[in-house]
Structures are given as C-alpha cells and as structure tokens.
Design a protein around this ligand. Structure first.
Ligand code: HEM
Length: 440
C-alpha cells in the first residue's frame, strides 16, 4: 500500500459556491468546469447541495481513480450518498471482492447469446409502440422514449404478465424511486420525495419477491429469468435477496441512461438532417436486422457515440477515498467524495478537436479521436465498475433508431437547441418537441 506524504502534496482549493456559481453550474457546466480548472487546477473543491465534492478534471487524473491500483476509491459509499437507500446493494453499490463476486455471476445475463434473445424479444414491442406515434399530439421525444423504455423494461427485464393496474403501480414505484435520489430534502418528510422513494422501494421489493418463486421455477429469456439461473465459473449463484436488489438497480441503471442517449441522438439528428438521411439510407439498405445486423449499422453507431460524447448520460461519477491519498499531486483526505466528470472530459480541447461540434466521423476507423487517451471517452465509465449493460444499452438504442428511421422523419425549427437541465442527469427541459412525419 502506498503511503501519502501530506506535506509534499498540494492542498485542494476551490470557490465558496454562492447562488451565482450554482446558476452557472446548472446552465453552463462546461464553462464552469473550465473556469474551475483555470483558477484552481486539475482538482478543486466545491460545495454541491451541502456535500463537499472534490471535482477532478482530465483523463490522467481519471486513470488514478478508475484504475484504482491501491483500492483506495470505493463506489458504494459515494453512490449511496446520492441514490440513498432506494437502490441498496445494486452492483454499483458493492465494492472490491464482493463486487467482483457479484459481477462475475451477473455477467452471465449479459453474454452475446442473451443479448441476441433480448433483441428478438424487443423488436415486436418497439414496432407496436412506434406504430401508435402518429396519434400523439405535440410529440415530445424525451417523453415518448421514456415510455417506450419503461414498456420494454417490463417485457425484456421483468417478463411478467401484469394487468394494467399493476403495471401502472410498478411504473409509478419505479419512477418515484429514481426521482427520490435527487430530492433536495434528503429525509423522509411525509409527502416528500425521499419518503415516496422509500415507499416505492417497498413496492418494488414486494413485487419482485412475490414473482420470484414462479420465475425460479419456470425461467425465461428475460433478464429476471437469466439472473435466476446465472452462475459464475465456480457454480456460485444469486440468493433471492440478491436477485431482488439487482433487479431494482438494473431497472434504474438502464432506464434514464438509455432515454437520455436516445433524446440526445434524436436532437442531433433533427439538427443535422443530412446525418438523419445517411442513417436512414443505411437502415433501408440493411432491411430487417437481427442483433448482429444491428452491430453493422455503422453510421448510427457513430451518431450514438458522438451523442454520448456531447451529452454523457452519467455526467459525473463519484467515489469515496477510503484512506488519505493523492490525485495528480493533490492531497485528498480520507472520507472525501471525489467526482470524475465524463461530461467535462468530453469537451477538453487538448484531446478533442473542435469539441462542441457534432462530428460523428471523429469515431471513424480512419480518425478514431477517442483513442487519443484511453480515458478520453468514457460515457460508460471505466475500470471494474464500467457499465455491465453497455452492449445491452447499445443494442436497445440501435434497435429503436433502426425502426424509427424506417418509419419516420423528424425535425426541429432552424436554430433550435435543446435546453438541458444538469442538476442530476441531463434531461431535456422542454422534452424535445419535434415535427414528426410518418414515412410511407
Ligand atoms: C447508454 C446507456 C448507458 C450509459 C451511458 C450507462 C452509463 C454507466 C456508467 C457511467 C456506469 C459506471 C458508474 C460508476 O463507475 O460508478 C454504469 C454502470 C452500470 N450500468 Fe450502465 N449505462 C447505460 C446503460 C445501462 C443498461 C442498459 C444497464 C442494464 C441493462 C446498465 C447497468 C449498469 C450496471 C449494473 C452498472 C454497475 C456496474 C458495476 O458497478 O460493476 N447500464 N453505467
């Protein structure tokens, strides 16, 4: 274990965050982070909603955190601080040996064969959902993607037939649990978001626990069924409690992230109709694609990557320093929460030429600008906690956009820019209103 010489290291400094800073942080996070970097260096300190955060900039500093050679940085305590008791013992909230043990078992449910089956289950649902879009007045794509993702989650994740009342109850509980994590008042005040989140957690636990015996008995190609039979190479499997905890967390981890990715892609494709047409031509040429065919939608893949760069769905990744340590020559005391921001990294002009420009071809095989540093592009995180659902998410997004491009053309008025709320995850404040035209 490396010991830390406090005296030889720089002290982290930062601004006293007043209202003006918070407004700037919310409306211009990139400008704010450049300002922090210029004034306080690669690591700076700030107070965010009552929590002291050590904000870390640049891929080299990221490497210290994510490679985590001395196992100093823990994910569980840091994420628990933000998403509280609603997602307890989800994979991202476990650390070190225990995390590895669970991840090895869970990996089984994310292998190529499972992904092929999830894809086959998804496509008819996507088509059915998209068929109803012409009837939607004043389409707001963020909302429509959110509903579609919830629909798919019940089918592909849970795979349990529910009557409409139960479906509504589970959807509601799930939304309340996700929202609770970003409550400003982080105590169970009656009627408040935190209390609703705790109640929602109980509903979800009850639901999964109730459905578990049948799922264990009958199995299924859905994620729930796959977790019931998942084993690592030594035959270790999940307990009932593990499955309930992992299912609740997986629903959360998948839902907003894929919705945000699709909203960002739809925004870019509306603003860049030449790219929309290029992707449509590719989809028309590809025809009816299976999972492997989806992987060959090259233009669409570049658009997805570029949209993830410009709008990282998890803009900041926190860790707790379990001992005194250092990052980039700065002293970090034990117990500090450090926040690494992919969102900021994706705009550093040391690494990305013309970083604010939408340019999907920067990911082409000839250019591969993302390879300039191994941690320059990390919308899915890095190291041992790197997103286990990365290929699942990519598959779902490609499957939906393939169908969408074949069925519709969408546009926004000249000069429109989607306003993004970045207090927690980057949401479209206006829901992304578009003009939607069904194609023959
Ligand atoms: C485009 C969509 C997605 C994005 C951008 C995304 C992003 C991320 C990021 C940044 C992390 C790392 C967090 C950390 O290091 O603390 C992560 C972890 C995780 N993600 Fe995703 N995610 C996406 C989709 C999904 C999907 C579809 C699933 C499940 C089906 C999923 C399940 C998970 C899980 C379980 C973890 C924790 C992994 C671990 O701790 O070992 N994600 N995701």
């Amino acid at each position: 274990m490396t010991t830390v010489d406090h005296q030889a290291l720089r002290e982290v400094t930062g601004p006293q965050l007043g209202l003006l800073h918070l407004i700037r942080l919310r409306h211009d996070p990139i400008g704010h982070s450049q300002w922090l970097r210029e004034n306080y260096g690669e690591v700076s300190r700030m107070n965010f909603l009552g929590t002291q955060l050590y904000s870390v900039n640049g891929p080299d500093a990221f490497e210290t955190i994510f490679v985590n050679r001395d196992k100093v940085f823990a994910s569980g305590p840091a994420w628990s601080h933000f998403i509280g008791p609603f997602f307890t013992r989800g994979l991202m909230l476990l650390d070190f040996e225990e995390h590895l043990h669970h991840r090895r078992i869970m990996q089984h449910a994310f292998g190529q064969d499972s992904l092929r089956r999830y894809h086959a289950m998804m496509v008819p649902h996507i088509r059915r959902n998209l068929d109803a879009w012409p009837d939607i007045a004043q389409p707001r794509l963020h909302q429509m993607f959110k509903e579609l993702t919830l629909d798919l989650a019940l089918e592909v994740f849970v795979g349990v037939e529910l009557d409409p009342a139960d479906q509504k109850k589970i959807n509601r509980a799930f939304i309340d649990a996700v929202r609770a994590g970003v409550s400003i008042i982080r105590r169970p005040v009656p009627g408040g978001g935190w209390a609703r989140g705790l109640a929602a957690r109980r509903v979800l636990e009850e639901f999964f626990r109730g459905a578990l015996p049948a799922k264990r008995r009958d199995g299924g190609d859905d994620l729930f069924g796959q977790l019931c039979i998942a084993e690592d190479e030594n035959g270790n499997a999940f307990s009932d409690d593990d499955i309930v905890n992992h299912m609740i967390f997986l629903l959360m981890a998948a839902h907003d992230t894929t919705t945000i990715t699709m909203t960002s892609m739809a925004h870019q494709l509306a603003r860049h109709p030449e790219w929309q047409q290029r992707c449509r031509d590719e989809s028309v040429a590809a025809g009816d694609v299976d999972y492997d065919g989806g992987l060959r939608l090259d233009a669409l893949d570049r658009v997805m990557k570029e949209s993830l760069r410009l709008c990282a769905p998890v803009p900041s990744i926190p860790r707790t320093a379990t001992r005194d340590t250092e990052i980039a020559g700065y002293f970090i005391p034990a117990g500090s929460i450090v926040a690494a921001s992919p969102h900021q990294n994706h705009f550093l002009d040391d690494y990305w030429p013309d970083p604010t420009r939408f340019d999907p071809d920067r990911f082409s095989t000839e250019r591969r600008e993302d390879k300039v540093h191994r941690l320059a592009f990390e919308p899915f995180g890095a190291g041992v906690h790197k997103c286990i659902g990365m290929h699942f998410g990519g598959m779902q997004v490609r499957a939906i956009f393939h169908e969408l491009l074949l069925g519709y053309r969408w546009s926004v008025p000249e000069g429109y820019e989607m306003p993004i709320d970045l207090v927690a995850l980057p949401f479209a404040r206006d829901g992304l209103p578009v003009t939607l035209q069904a194609l023959e």
